[in-house]
Each structure stands twice: as C-alpha cells, then as structure tokens.
Design a protein. Structure first.
Length: 181
C-alpha cells in the first residue's frame, strides 16, 4: 500500500503519509488512490482541486461550507511548510470545537484529510518574510459561494496556537464571526 493512514483524536480526520520512491533522478509518489482511501474509510470522490500561494507569514481560515454542500479536503503543502488545522464543528460530536494540527511540508510530504462538516485553516511557517508557501488540496464537493462560511482564526473559544506572530490575514477572514456570536 502506498500510504500510511494515521488516525487523529478527531473522528475521520487522518494524517496520511505517502510512500516515496527516491533515486538519483528525484522522487515519485502517489498523492491519491481511490481504492486505498476507500479501504481507510475515506470513500469520497474528489470533484474540485484548489491551489493557494501565500507570501510571508499568513493565516488562512477557518473556512467551511454549510449544509447541504459541506466539503471534505485532502490537503498537502507542495512548497514550504504549513501548520494545517482541522476543527470539529458538529455540535452533536463529543469533540465539538476540538481541533488537531499537523505540520505539512514539501519535505515530509504528509497530507491531512479533513471530512465534510469540519473547519479548515492553516498558517505558513516561513523562515523569511518573503518566503512563498504553496498548498494544494482536493475537495469532495464544488465551491458554492452562497454556502461559504467560516469562523475567526483567533477565536478565543478555540485557542489555536498557529505558531506565528503578526500574520497577514485577508479582509474576509478578519471579518468572520466568533463561534459564540
């Protein structure tokens, strides 16, 4: 099997490590294989791919789409390093408002699977302010602007340690509501 699926404390959130085939030419790896993901309780077909580029120290999120078009995401960092965060937003879950984070980087090539109904965000962990970070992710549903939503990245109810100081935040993300408002 070309992947190792590691369960996290949040139900159906997995850290996925692909098998890397390296030689003097470079490397090869599979980043997704439906049959292996299905065997590991990720039976989704991905219908949209996204790619973001961030300059300097940035926090993006926490984003999600509302019912009935929630999106699951398979996230990987293809340039640089990020702290990727998944937040359980199901009020009926025993893990409601709990979160997990994992370092994803071009070096470790790990991925994070975030199921539908969870919030997602990440911070760029850069060495220099002009460093560039690129993130690619597959989504289980297509983006719908009418169902686009989020919660503020620094919501005190979550107390997420983004491991960055003074990040750049988009205007949209800075206006997202707090959970208890």
């Amino acid at each position: 099997m070309p992947f190792i699926f590691e369960k996290t404390k949040l139900k159906n959130v997995y850290i996925i490590t692909p098998k890397i085939f390296e030689d003097n030419r470079g490397f090869f790896m599979e980043t997704y294989k439906f049959s292996d993901f299905k065997k590991n309780n990720i039976p989704h077909n991905f219908t949209q791919d996204n790619h973001s580029l961030s300059k300097g120290t940035v926090v993006r999120g926490i984003h999600f789409q509302k019912y009935p078009k929630e999106q699951g995401k398979l996230v990987r960092c293809i340039k640089g390093t990020i702290l990727d965060v998944a937040v359980d937003l199901d009020p009926n879950s025993v893990n409601y408002l709990q979160w997990v984070s994992v370092i994803l980087s071009e070096k470790n090539k790990k991925m994070l699977y975030i199921p539908p109904g969870f919030g997602h965000g990440f911070s760029t962990l850069v060495e220099k302010e002009n460093d560039v970070t690129e993130v690619s992710y597959k989504c289980t549903g297509e983006y719908d602007a009418e169902l686009d939503s989020g919660i503020r990245w620094n919501d005190p109810a979550l107390r997420i340690d983004w491991r960055v100081k003074n990040p750049t935040i988009s205007l949209k993300d800075s206006k997202l509501p707090l959970i208890n408002t």
